[in-house]
Design a protein around this ligand. Structure first.
Ligand code: SF4
Ligand code: ZN
Ligand code: ZN
Length: 375
């Protein structure tokens, strides 16, 4: 059976009833929502997706009028959609916030330099101020140099710790106290699964928070895409024709996260709502206080990498709000994680005997080729 919708001014062609949008019932559906399998036309998808994010922001009181907000912008799909969405919702609903783009240049030749070019285009497209801070300026190392010393396997651990601190330092230099990031529902569900699988109870409790801050730290972080499926973010970027960078990082993503991601994708095939279900499960987990009032956490046993060990063995240091003895940056511990990692790097620098050339393909490719060789 065919039907020409009287209220669709754009498409005058007849549409089969079975192809009509589940919401407006007058335009042809172009997608099925991965979250609930609802068939939607482009216009209804935009409306539903944008309204859901607006509701998340309002329900969680993420912003207040006059607040300066830094969007952690990498040029990838999540952060590009986030920058677009923040500007769009701020204009539409008059949040009264000032939005900045804040980018970190980790120094990964052939990857980050190209993605930062995308952010620079986004800056012009959205008319937002942009600031870029680099690992080299902040720490004296690029990620390519770090990988040449520490090896490719630990790249994400180093990169994650340094980038997190760089975003905080960058925001502080700009006088901004709130950083929003493009972490989506898939990322969050993966993190919950990872923390369950490795028994990291202390991190599990925090892993579903939409807003995180620490006592004494001026920078808070929030995730407005907490309930957004990655597939829908990609669809939104596609239909809105947003300009984003889609190449994967030169270095392999963290192996354990990759395993959790695969597990979740398999679960999603049989139960599409599992991503949101995992997040809801995480949100409803409450830790029983241990004797002495401290929450129960798990110390890692032997077999962890030096970088990972760093992040746990220092967990009994001073409380939130204290400062690192070396760099004076806010740290729960006597020495912050970044300084511990940098100390390891300095110790290991002398041991490096391979000359890497970062002027062409980057150290990453050189090292990856070397690691593939079996002797
Ligand atoms: S994949 Fe790892 S090394 Fe590459 S940008 Fe992400 S965290 Fe950094
Ligand atoms: Zn519709
Ligand atoms: Zn420090």
């Amino acid at each position: 059976m065919s039907y020409t919708a009287p209220s669709d001014p754009v498409n005058k062609k007849p549409v089969k009833v079975a192809q009509l949008c589940d919401l407006c019932h007058c335009r042809k559906a172009v997608l099925k929502r991965p979250k609930n399998l609802q068939k939607l036309c482009k216009e209804c998808f935009f409306d539903v997706f944008e309204t859901e994010i607006h509701n998340t922001i309002v329900d969680n009181k993420l912003f207040h009028r006059g607040e300066k907000i830094a969007v952690g912008a990498s040029g990838g799909k999540d952060s590009t959609v986030l920058a677009h969405m923040m500007k769009f919702l701020n204009d539409k609903y008059d949040y009264g916030i000032q939005i900045y783009l804040l980018s970190i240049d980790e120094g990964i030749v052939g990857y980050r330099d190209d993605s930062l070019a995308t952010v620079q285009r986004n800056q012009k497209q959205y008319g937002l101020p942009l600031e870029i801070f680099s690992f080299k300026d902040l720490y004296g190392w690029t990620m390519d140099e770090i990988v040449s010393v520490a090896g490719i396997r630990n790249s994400c651990t180093y990169c994650g710790v340094l980038r997190r601190q760089s975003l905080d330092r960058g925001a502080q230099k700009l006088g901004i106290q709130h950083v929003v990031t493009g972490h989506n529902a898939d990322d969050m569900a993966e993190t919950v699964l990872m923390n369950i699988l490795r028994g990291d109870v202390a991190r599990l409790e925090k892993s579903t928070s939409i807003l995180t801050s620490s006592k004494g730290s001026p920078i808070k972080r929030s995730k407005p895409f907490k309930y957004c499926y990655q597939k829908e973010i990609v669809l939104y970027a596609h239909y809105r024709k947003l300009d984003y960078f889609s190449t994967e990082c030169t270095y392999a993503p963290e192996a354990f996260r990759g395993t959790a991601r695969e597990l979740m994708k398999n679960l999603e095939v049989v139960r599409p709502s599992c991503i949101i279900d995992i997040i809801h499960s995480g949100e409803n987990l409450f830790l029983k206080p241990a004797a002495g009032g401290r929450r129960q956490g798990r110390r890692r046993g032997p077999g962890t990498t030096s970088a990972n060990t760093t992040s746990t063995t220092t967990s009994t240091g001073p409380v939130d709000g204290s400062r690192c003895e070396r760099c004076n940056y806010l740290s729960r511990n006597r020495i912050c994680k970044a300084c511990m990692l940098l100390e390891d790097l300095d110790k290991n620098r002398a041991a490096v005997t391979i000359e890497t050339d970062t002027s062409h393909d980057g150290a990453a490719k050189t090292l990856r080729s070397l690691e593939r060789l079996a002797f």
